[in-house]
Design a protein around this ligand. Structure first.
Ligand code: IDP
Ligand code: MG
Length: 167
């Protein structure tokens, strides 16, 4: 069954120059990239993305981590991959949440670590199920940024819209 899944290359992945390695690993799946961009993550976006972790003691550090303040690299790369069993296949390639428990050849097993502050720096995020994927893709991307019609859309008329265009 074809599915879409959100992947984030987290700031530790970018700081360690792992983008190429990670995309190469992901390309082995033969899944298709249907959206990609670099994002400067606001506190609000980080908190919404990780809202299921809000009662964890490490929640503030987790937000610092996703925002890139921990790594002095304030960006993440966000991608949507599409294809057969995309969610499960990318999760498998990513490995377990705890990088020390992740299969050594998985992305997290190869490149992740546990910091002294206790946050798992596990290099990538990848959606856990279809419901999460839908919520996360809609949180990170606008419909026009995704090149396939993965979820229903509607038209909205916006008046007096001020937007930045190239000068
Ligand atoms: P997932 O990223 O494998 O889906 P989640 O349980 O959704 O795992 O956790 C979100 C993120 O929070 C993880 O990727 C990891 O960075 C961090 N995290 C989760 N559990 C722990 C923990 O027990 N200690 C430290 N960090 C954790
Ligand atoms: Mg998760």
């Amino acid at each position: 069954m074809n599915q879409q899944t959100l992947i984030l290359i987290k700031p530790d992945g970018l700081v360690k120059s792992l983008t190429g390695n990670i995309l190469t690993r992901l390309s082995e799946t033969k899944l298709e990239i249907i959206a990609a961009k670099v994002v400067q993550v606001s506190r609000e976006l980080a908190a919404e993305h990780y809202r299921h972790m809000k009662d964890q003691p490490f929640f503030p550090e987790l937000l610092d981590y996703l925002q890139g303040t921990l790594h002095n690299r304030r960006k993440v790369m966000a991608l949507v991959y599409w294809g057969d069993s995309a969610i499960q296949r990318v999760r498998q390639l990513a490995g377990a949440t705890n990088p020390e428990e992740a299969e050594p050849t998985s992305i997290r097993g190869s490149y992740g670590r546990i910091t002294s502050k206790g946050v798992y720096e596990n290099v990538i995020h990848t959606s856990g199920c279809e419901e999460d994927a839908e919520r996360e893709i809609k949180l990170w991307f606008e419909p026009k940024e995704v090149i396939m019609d993965v979820y229903p859309t509607r038209q909205e008329t916006v008046e007096k819209l001020v937007r930045t265009v190239w000068a």
